[in-house]
Design a protein around this ligand. Structure first.
Ligand SMILES: [Zn+2]
Length: 302
């Protein structure tokens, strides 16, 4: 849908609220307190439904990224549309310009909240055959643009660990990426146990840290003289794509926010064939989250 068509579909907050109600209650209103199915929208209170049985009032934005936001729902909807329809993602600066927001901080916080919504709490672990490996990426410090890391003491490297699920004919299906603290067995196996289902076969290079993984069969490919990208082609393609995306769209990532960029990239990759459903997916996932404030985002450390 084009931007103009989207704006026409959701011209004012009421249209957005009705859409939210339809996503939240696909079979009609259900009271979260008593389960009653009869209710009505209150005319005096914006976007609030009242249960006919117990009188409980429920805001249609409760539990979504939009909850307690002073921004109009139309602004949020357009932000979700822009984020989900730009296949390469969008920076806070671009979002600020596109939405005509006065504050960079507002745009940045909207993006952080949407990235947080990009982790599906119901997603299943990678299964069957899984390639796993690690890589590093230079990070951007607060005051400097991205640097190459050549002899600049303030520019360091961030470690990333990732896994790709392969189909029977060796094609990539879903991925997972996480920041990696170090190469210890605890860090590596912790990721594998979160990301990969028991019983799956994990293909990695010969790194000793993989040896301790429980319940998954480990099939090391000893690297020796052969480059890792030859032995583990898909995870290396994912790493390369992530780096190009992080540099191209965001001009590098900041250390404290690495996990959110990884989440966004994983979200986009895993839905790369479902572009049309992306808006409702993001809206739907966003509806299961607890409220998070600006403080929650700036206080978070890797
Ligand atoms: Zn009720």
């Amino acid at each position: 849908m084009s931007r103009a068509a989207f704006a026409k579909r959701f011209p004012e907050d009421r249209a957005c609220a009705l859409h939210l109600a339809a996503v939240r209650w696909p079979n009609g209103f259900v009271c979260p307190a008593c389960g009653g199915v009869k209710g009505w929208g209150l005319s005096g209170k914006k976007f609030t439904w009242e249960c006919a049985k117990c009188g409980r009032q429920t805001s249609v934005t409760a539990g979504t990224v939009m909850h307690r936001s002073k921004l109009p729902l139309t602004t949020w909807f357009m932000a979700i549309h822009l984020v989900s329809s730009h296949s390469n993602g969008i920076s806070a600066l671009q979002l600020q310009a596109q939405l005509g927001l006065g504050s960079y901080k507002t745009a940045w916080l909207m993006l952080q909240k949407l990235r947080r919504a990009m982790v599906d709490p119901h997603r299943s672990q990678l299964a069957d055959l899984v390639e796993a490996d690690e890589t590093e990426i230079p990070y951007r410090t607060k005051d400097d643009p991205i640097g190459g890391g050549q002899g600049r003491s303030h520019v360091g490297k961030l470690l990333i660990i990732g896994a790709v699920e392969l189909s029977e004919d060796g094609k990539p299906r879903r991925i997972r990426l996480e920041p990696l603290k170090d190469f210890t067995a605890a860090s590596v196996t912790g990721f594998v146990e979160r990301a990969v289902a028991p019983g799956a076969i994990v293909i990695s290079d010969g790194l000793a840290s993989y040896k301790g993984i429980q319940g998954r069969r480990h099939r090391p490919k000893v690297v020796g003289s052969m480059a890792a990208h030859v032995l583990l082609p898909w995870i290396h393609r994912v790493f390369a794509n992530f780096k190009r995306w992080a540099m191209g769209t965001f001009h590098g990532v900041r250390k404290v926010h690495l996990h959110r960029y990884l989440d966004e990239f994983v979200y986009r990759w895993n839905r790369r064939r479902h572009v049309l459903a992306a808006f409702d997916t993001l809206l739907g996932l966003a509806m299961e989250l607890q409220h998070a404030s600006y403080r929650d985002f700036v206080a978070q450390q890797v």
